[in-house]
Ligand binder design. Structure first.
Ligand code: MG
Length: 160
């Protein structure tokens, strides 16, 4: 059995009247991400990366936003359930790396908590679950603070 790699990308619009949840951390903000679940773009990208690594399609197939059962759900559930599929296939996470693209708010104070959440969800030590943030430098939808995006890469290794 060989290593498997997966990549995920997600983007959500910033809108008033929604909580801002990223990496499982609720961040004080006047606007939050629009979406069907809690719209945690970082955990959605991570879920897609895990699904990609096991060749199981994408988050839209497993958690369609047409399904009312997923309304308001914590995206941590999506990661947890996808990890069950990863383990069922005989793999574990070697490491994961998430990049959040956001002009505002400033995410640096929350990255360690996000990392701890992601490490717990993936069953790895904190140094194998990196979460970082970068800004849009005023360019494009991210730079104009119209939304927040996230990318994730995961490497899976045989569990035994
Ligand atoms: Mg999403």
């Amino acid at each position: 059995m060989a290593f498997r790699i997966g990549h995920g990308f997600d983007i959500h619009a910033l809108v008033p009247g929604r909580p801002l949840v990223l990496g499982g951390v609720e961040i004080p903000s006047e606007r939050g991400l629009a979406g069907h679940s809690d719209a945690d773009a970082a955990l959605h990208a991570l879920t897609d990366a895990l699904l990609g690594a096991i060749g199981a399609g994408d988050i839209g197939r497993h958690y369609p936003d047409s399904d009312r059962r997923h309304e308001g759900r914590s995206s941590a559930d999506f990661v947890r359930e996808t990890m069950e599929s990863v383990r069922a296939r005989g793999y574990r996470v070697a490491n994961a790396d998430i990049t959040i693209l956001a002009e505002e708010p400033r995410l640096a104070p929350y990255l360690d908590r996000m990392r701890a959440n992601v490490a717990a969800l993936l069953g790895v030590s904190a140094d194998a679950a990196n979460v970082k943030a970068t800004r849009g430098e005023g360019l494009g939808a991210i730079g104009r603070s119209e939304g927040i995006a996230a990318q994730a890469v995961v490497l899976l290794e045989p569990a035994s």
